[in-house]
Design a protein around this ligand. Sequence first.
Ligand code: FES
Length: 709
Amino acid sequence: MQGLHKYLSGDGDKMIELRIDDTKVEVKAGATVLEAALQAGVYIPNLCYHPDIPPIGSCRLCIVEIDGVRGVPTSCTTPAKEGMVVRTDTPKLQNLRKDILWLILSAYPGDPEKASQLRKVADWIGRKDLLPGSVPKPANILPAFDDPFFVRDLDKCILCGRCVRMCQDVRKTGAIGLVNRGIKTVVGTGGNAPLKDSGCKFCLACVEVCPSGALYDKEKLEEPERAKKLLPCVNTCPAGIDIPRYVRLIAAGKYQDALEVIREKVPFPLTLGYACNHACEEACRRGSLNSPISIRALKRFVAERDSGRWRSKLVIEPSTGKQVAVVGAGPGGLTAAWYLRQAGHAVTVFEALSEPGGMMRSVIPAYRLPRKVLAGEISEITAIGVKIVTNSEVKSIDVLFEQGFDAVFVAVGAPSGMKMGAEGENDPRIMDGICFLRAVSFGKKTDIAGEVLVVGGGNVAMDVARTALRVGSKKVTVLYRRTREEMPALPEEVEEAVKEGVKFRFLTAPEKISSSGKKLGVECILMKLGEPDAGGRRRPVPIEGSNIVIKADRIITAIGQRPAVPDGFALPLDKKCCIQADPETMACSRKGVFAGGDAVSGPASIIEAVQAGRKAAVSIDKYLGGSGVIDRPVIPAEEPPFCLGRDESFCSCERAGLPSISAAKRRSNFDLAELSLKEKDAIDAAKRCLRCELRLKISKAPMPPDKKE
Ligand code: FES
């Protein structure tokens, strides 16, 4: 916000001059005496004043003496005038302020919090030097903890009215006001209704401006983590997409602007709209109120409405004469290629498979990510001059340097499935999940039929189970050694699998596999949950003597993957076979070689690979002599409107479920399972946002300089 000027009728750029405590001060006409003083570095104690709120002069601490003016006017409500002579710290004012402070503190339980504005102002005025009889009153209203984000401790309210004016005059939400009369006056809601039923939008501006500690966050929000905690969606998105901004633009019907905001950080908005694991939604603060914003579905909604306007804003720098080889055409490699090409480098991407896309093409099933969606976004990358060479497996980095490449980015992913470690698992009827999904994705025969056991609890296991149904399995059962709560798979993926008929056996782990007639006999041991492991999930503990045998025709394992980096790359690997690279610069120990994505981190998400590609592009561009600046804002930043307005149903509005094809219709084919949001639903979904970013725009209240104790 821009401070007080927006509430006062100034005279444009006209300047006036006045004297404050013998200092000549020049300010814009329309400023108040308090503003003029603060601007000149003269501190006048104040509490009910806040730069973003219309002043009312209720606390009276900011009183001053002005030549020719009777009494002691409040400086926060008195307009500065040409030639005015103001005194701010005379003995008379000091005594009056002590009286006012005594009145405030005698109704306050205990000492105000050290960090609060009230405590700082009181210390400045002389808290320990008040009139005799200044005994803080005991607390008599219990703090309210029933709101999701903050505590209301009304005993500590000094009725400065900052929260009420913020809610009523700035946000125009009108959820809170001064209720009751006389000494019973408190800040509250109409009819003492819960905040969520009073039109509150939980923007938390009231908490931000409270000077007395009457309203405070449940979660500690201290620097330097404060902004991260207040804006968890942006800070959870590995690529740092400005989610609040694009959601806000969708709510305003500005779809192309919203898409350009997404495109500032990623070249795969539509792919991510279909298949991102959306950690941002898990972090969304609206989830604490009822349910998170449908961030992924909104991304898909705007990306599906792409008019192509962003293309006209794309800048490809003149050729630098440098050549970059990218090994692996997955999300990390293609992202790096996209940004490096824009920086003017010639980029060639080498892909071992017959089509680019990495895991997006070979592992994510077409019912979650249609092939033409991915192909369309990859064609945008080749359209700016990135060369993709398929069926081309790189075995040596030296050869790339010999061919004239100046830098190499290794983004070969983590395509090797892990073994279960169970006896008998080399039976040909046991297949690795990644190999299975890749075979199906590329139209190869898999001979999956009959009863299939899928071992694992992650997203790949869900993809395997649902795909197995689609390619002819009669019955698919997922074996997982913990319970549903501990499954790493996204809850919606598990739900969709259940709807399609996938069965689950929890707390069950295979130990030995044998051939029992035509079927496989899978000897499993049952588990119970023990203490949490390092990741916080409860550890599975075998129950002695609980072995059972499950019959199956095929077993598909999906218990993790690891990279398969060719020895010819001569890159140091860690004990999980991941390439060792600097996590920030992606630089490897070999000069000119960078690595990122799953090949470095182990299996992760598309958006994490995209971010690795972004980081690599920055470092490689710098290595090749460029600036390393890859983010080029395409739409100018707009000031978010700080008025929210009233909407009685705001809090009760739940996240709408996404439309989908019925399980019976989809379980035998690879047609897209989840449908798009309709326009009205998308706008409604975007309007549910709590607009957390607005709190970060609120100005800081002026604090006393460090002077008096
Ligand atoms: Fe001016 Fe309170 S009356 S700050």
